[in-house]
Design a protein around this ligand. Structure first.
Ligand code: BTN
Length: 263
C-alpha cells in the first residue's frame, strides 16, 4: 500500500477546488488520536478547514467510549476543523456534511456501489460499516465555537473471518476487490466537503442526508446513554435528532445512540 504524504496529497489536489480544506493540511506518521491533535490546534486558533491526517493512531477513539483501530497505512484517519457559530443543537450539521462528502467521494471510486448512512453517522455498503465519524466541539454560550469532526474510512484493510468485526464491517477494497489510492480519495472527499460546507444551515443538507439514511422508516433498537429504546424511526429533525415512535404511541427524540435495524 502506498504511503500518504503531504506531497502526494498536494499532487492529488492539483486543479481541484477545495476552498479552506486544502490550505492547512498536517500529515503524521503516528499520533494518539487525530481528533486530539486537531482539538489542541483549534484551541490555539487554527483556521477553518485545518486537516489532520495520520497513517496510524495509537489511541483512536470511536463513539460511545469505543476504540477505533486500523492497520497502519490502510485507512483514512483524519479530523477536520469547522469554525461555525451554529446553535449548539446543530452540532450534527458538520457531521452530516462530512458523511455526505465521504459517501459521494467513495461512490466515485471504481467498483463502489451506493453508500448508505445509518443514524447517527455510520456509512455502510451492503449493510456493513466502513466509515465512522466522531464529532467533538467547543461552544461559547448557546453557540458552537468550533467542531472537530473525526473520520475513519476503511480503505485498503481486510478483515479475517476470525475477526469479530468481520460480520459487520467492510472496506472499500473488500467491496471492490482492488486497492484504492488514498490520496486521490482524500482529494475527492475535500472537494465534496467544500461543496457541503456552504449548506450547513440549509435544508438541502438535511434532504440529501435523509435520502441516504437507511434508518428512517425502519423499526430500530437504539442503545442510548439512558437505556435501550425500540420503535419506528419516524423522522430526523433539523438538529439531527432521531424521533422514535414507541409501541405505546409515544414519540421520543433521541440525541445520541447506537441503532440496530430490526427485521
Ligand atoms: C465511530 O465509532 O463510528 C466513530 C469512529 C471515528 C474514528 C475516527 S478515526 C479519526 C478520528 N480520530 C479518532 O480518534 N477517531 C476519529
Amino acid at each position: 500500500m502506498q504511503a500518504l504524504s503531504l506531497q502526494r496529497i498536494r499532487e492529488a489536489l492539483a486543479g481541484l477546488v477545495v476552498g479552506p480544506f486544502g490550505e492547512h493540511i498536517h500529515v503524521y506518521e503516528r499520533v494518539g488520536s487525530t481528533n486530539d491533535v486537531l482539538k489542541e490546534m483549534a484551541a490555539q486558533g487554527a483556521p477553518e478547514g485545518t486537516l489532520v491526517i495520520a497513517e496510524e493512531q495509537t489511541a483512536g477513539r470511536g463513539r460511545m467510549g469505543r476504540t477505533w483501530v486500523a492497520p497502519p497505512g490502510s485507512s483514512l484517519l483524519m479530523s477536520v476543523l469547522f469554525r461555525t457559530s451554529l446553535p449548539l443543537t446543530h452540532l450534527y450539521r458538520p457531521v452530516m456534511a462530512c458523511g455526505l462528502a465521504v459517501a459521494e467521494a467513495c461512490e466515485e471510486e471504481e467498483g463502489i456501489p451506493t453508500v448508505e448512512i445509518k443514524w447517527p453517522n455510520d456509512l455502510l455498503i451492503g449493510g456493513r460499516k466502513f466509515t465512522g465519524i466522531l464529532p467533538e466541539g467547543a461552544f461559547v454560550g448557546e453557540r458552537l465555537a468550533w467542531v472537530v469532526v473525526g473520520i475513519g474510512v476503511n480503505v485498503n484493510q481486510t478483515f479475517e473471518a476470525s475477526d469479530p468485526l468481520a460480520a459487520t464491517a467492510t472496506s472499500l477494497r473488500m467491496v471492490s476487490g482492488h486497492e484504492h489510492d488514498r490520496a486521490a480519495l482524500l482529494a475527492r472527499v475535500l472537494v465534496r466537503l467544500n461543496h457541503w460546507r456552504q449548506y450547513l444551515e440549509d435544508e438541502a443538507l438535511l434532504d440529501a442526508w435523509r435520502r441516504r439514511c437507511v434508518t428512517l422508516g425502519r423499526h430500530v433498537r437504539v442503545e442510548t446513554p439512558e437505556g435501550v429504546l425500540e420503535g419506528l424511526a419516524e423522522a430526523l429533525d433539523e438538529g439531527g435528532m432521531l424521533w422514535l415512535r414507541e409501541a405505546s404511541g409515544q414519540l421520543r427524540p433521541i440525541a445520541a445512540g447506537e441503532a440496530t435495524l430490526l427485521p
